[in-house]
Design a protein. Structure first.
Length: 92
């Protein structure tokens, strides 16, 4: 643990080792304090398992999961200003 703590410049108490990325996302989603008025924002490029993890967390909390569409070629579908305009104070 000490090697990782130094490499990441983090307190040992701040590190958590998980089996894989999906397991890690489950840990985060299950411990994140979502409320009924919260919104979780994704793009349509997210990995399906991650979307399902957060959809389940949102459903349990009464929050909403919002997905924005982006072209696959990487070109912007909307301006950054328009993208940021959909973010509310309750978006995480």
């Amino acid at each position: 643990m000490s090697v990782w703590r130094v490499f990441l410049d983090a307190d040992a108490e701040s590190l958590v080792f998980v089996e894989n990325a999906t397991d890690g996302m489950n840990v985060v989603a299950n411990s994140f304090p979502l409320r009924a008025d919260d919104e979780v924002l994704f793009t349509d490029h997210e990995y399906g398992a991650v979307v399902r993890i957060w959809q389940r967390a949102c459903d349990a909390a009464g929050a909403r999961l919002t997905t924005t569409a982006h072209p696959r070629d990487g070109s912007p579908s909307i301006s950054p200003e328009a993208e940021f305009s959909i973010i509310a104070i309750s978006t995480i």
